[in-house]
Design a protein around this ligand. Structure first.
Ligand code: 6R9
Length: 657
């Protein structure tokens, strides 16, 4: 390390506010600080700014209809098609030969789809789906890894007005079946397999296992990713993607004009109870919001090459690999694999070769890069970068500064973006061309986003105090309901701080947070039973119900404990049934049950057997205590427990392990 670098590092360590570089501000899409006031004074009409990013087949009447709150409607009676907005209009505007998707396969293959290519293949696949029987409003499930056919299938669905429901490829067969059953989804697009660290993974067997538990007839299309690396046969209701595309070569499908409020997609996510929630996003509001935030927060321009390293199986990939960037006509990079294959410099190699302008990733990845060391980014020319972003979990100042220094070279602003599956797009973050940055704090609410930190009674807390994050006004990208469960939608998000009698509705995202004198919000983490493992949102109740289903286990509690790289990790505390032996065999059964019901992302760090769980006098499991044990924290008072003696036993076991 040169002396200069050393002093930069020392300076960074001390510094807690960073100004965006002048060179960035000069070219930023949004650089006028007046934008906050402008949105406030002109609310809700300010949101026309978002709608202007789209082509509307028919103009909308009102920006917002609040008459049925909290079922808000945005851009009422407007008509548009998302695939037309992401493809056709750019091709018509002369961007036919601009790269839309640059795909990087794990084995080193690359594929580039221009806007023209992508439009053709989306048309051909839309024609295919139509001929297989897909009609407007049919939910099509996409159980696919990071292959180009996934965004193609999403846009083909959007073209037909058939909502997609993408199920993360790492989820188990059970998780697939649950989601297909919940949505009555009769169509599935899947893949034979994919590569992980050079090995071919079988995905079709898992698919078939899931399909066996789907309680209605299904039609499946299978993408061949592995070629001869996996021999498998298709049943009568399963079709080969390439064959169908060949049969439909050159065909096109007129994009269906959808109502603004028509569903664009469903995305299942974890909540407090064991059952995943089907978050419904709409065509007008969601697309306008993802385009607007891609413009204002990610600063994307049509000539940019942009890379978001998330998986499309999560909301981040939906909004910020696909819909937002393509709505703006940007080139979006998509990577199939892991950051350390074949070497730990894979990401920096992708950035260098593609001359990536804007890079968006998760704190868990940054913590892994830090651990591996700066020699990996140092091997590459990262000077094409202009802006960096993070998403998914809080970023600690040390990781922020490492990212700023080693990846951004001290010259790229960082946007730390807080948002959720439910919010559709960014909510709390700095505007990179306007705001100073404070490592560790996401920033203020975006223009038009009324984020407030309140106490239990719903009163705003003072600067520096911790409280609950709330959003006090609706926004276009918001979820509209939980699929076929309006009641749960109101219960989950709109009860704690709302006042229905006075028609006052406050959105509660279930996160804790604090705010400073400048209005910068630091998000502290979930206050419900959801944990965040490597930026993946997991419901502890879902994991618990898998464990208690194991023969030989009587009761279980699942909590998140601090983890250096993953942020949080899964800890399982389990009580064996009388006569059942706690040990390696029972542990394996518990782990297998979790893998079967959710997938490898929920694999526990440790399974701790105990004859009892710490309980309050009223019989509630003291989860906080179990979290502290898992995290190695100082344990608070145990005097409110019915059985304080179990705590030391459990703690001793965890410390041994
Ligand atoms: C986009 C996404 C949402 C939960 C959210 C919060 C956590 C996301 C964050 C963050 C602190 C950030 N979260 N971004 N916490 N700072 N910048 O991640 O959606 O998978 O639904 O998770 O993630 O706890 O409530 P989702």
């Amino acid at each position: 390390m040169s002396q200069e670098d050393g002093s930069l590092e020392a300076r960074l360590e001390e510094q807690d506010t960073f100004e965006p570089p002048e060179s960035f501000v000069e070219q930023a899409n949004v650089s006028d600080p007046g934008i906050y006031e402008e949105f406030d004074e002109n609310w809700p009409e300010c949101w026309e700014r978002a709608a202007e990013f789209l082509d509307w087949d028919e103009d909308y009447d009102d920006v917002l209809d609040e008459s049925d709150a909290p079922s808000y409607q945005w851009f009422t009676n407007g008509k548009l098609n998302a695939s037309q907005n992401c493809l056709d209009r750019h091709v018509e505007d002369g961007a036919k030969n601009r790269a839309a998707i640059k795909w990087e396969g794990e084995l080193g293959e690359t594929r580039t789809y221009t806007y023209g290519d992508l439009l053709n293949e989306v048309n051909e696949f839309a024609a295919t789906l139509r001929d297989l029987g897909v009609e407007e409003d049919d939910v099509v499930t996409l159980y696919m890894p990071m292959v180009p056919e996934l965004p193609i299938a999403m846009l083909a669905c959007a073209r037909l007005g058939a909502p997609h429901s993408v199920v993360f490829a790492g989820f188990s067969a059970d998780a697939l079946a649950t989601r297909m059953n919940d949505a009555d989804s009769e169509y599935l697009v899947t893949c034979d397999g994919y590569y992980r660290r050079g090995d071919a993974l079988d995905h079709i067997s898992k698919t078939n296992e899931g399909l066996a538990d789907v309680d209605h007839e299904t039609t499946t299309v299978v993408v061949d990713r592995l070629g001869d690396d996996l021999e498998h046969s298709l049943s009568e209701t399963q079709h080969d993607y390439d064959e169908l595309i060949d049969e439909h070569a050159g065909e096109s499908v007129e994009p269906v004009a959808r109502d603004s409020e028509d569903m664009l997609f469903l995305m299942y996510t974890s909540g407090t109870t064991g059952k995943p929630k089907g978050v419904k996003h709409t065509t007008g509001g969601y697309l306008a919001y993802s385009a607007w935030t891609s413009h204002s927060v990610l600063d994307l321009k049509p000539e940019d090459t942009y890379w978001c390293s998330a998986d499309i199986g999560w909301i981040t990939g939906h909004s910020y690999i696909l819909y937002g960037p393509l709505a703006l006509g940007t080139t979006t990079v998509m990577y199939e694999g892991t950051p350390d294959y074949p070497e730990k410099d894979r990401f920096w190699d992708i950035i260098e070769r593609n001359r990536v302008d804007v890079f968006y990733t998760a704190p868990t990845a940054i913590r892994a890069f830090m651990k591996w060391g700066e020699q990996y980014p140092e091997q590459h020319d990262l000077s094409s970068l202009r802006l960096l972003g993070t998403v998914g979990e809080p970023i600690n100042p040390r990781a922020w500064k490492w990212y700023y220094d080693n990846i951004g070279g001290g010259e790229c602003p960082i946007v730390d973006t807080w948002w959720q599956t439910e919010t559709g797009g960014h909510m709390i973050t700095t505007l990179p061309g306007v705001c100073d940055m404070k490592p560790g704090a996401a920033g203020p609410g975006l223009p038009g986003i009324d984020a407030q930190i309140v106490d239990e009674a719903g009163e705003q807390v003072d600067a520096g105090q911790a409280g609950y994050l709330t959003v006090q006004k609706p926004w276009p990208g918001m979820l509209r309901t939980l699929y076929r469960n309006d009641e749960r939608f109101v219960n989950e998000y709109w009860t704690e701080y709302s006042d229905p009698d006075n028609d006052e509705w406050v959105y509660f995202p279930e996160d804790g947070a604090k705010i400073d004198e400048d209005g910068y919000i630091t998000v502290l983490g979930r206050v419900d039973d959801v944990i965040n493992v490597s930026g993946h949102r997991l419901g502890t109740m879902e994991i618990e119900s898998a464990v208690v289903g194991v023969e030989g286990i009587a009761e279980a509690a699942v909590v998140g404990g601090d983890h250096e790289v993953k942020g949080e990790a899964v800890y399982v505390y389990a009580i064996p049934e009388d006569g059942s032996e706690p040990g390696a065999e029972l542990e394996e059964k518990a782990v297998d049950a979790i893998l079967d019901s959710i997938g490898p992302i929920a694999k526990p760090e440790e399974v701790i057997f105990t004859p009892e769980l710490p309980k309050t006098r009223s019989g509630k499991i003291m989860r906080r205590l179990l979290e502290d044990i898992a995290s190695g924290n100082e344990l608070g008072t145990t005097s409110t427990l019915r059985n304080p003696e179990v705590v030391d036993d459990i703690a001793a076991q965890v410390n041994e392990g």
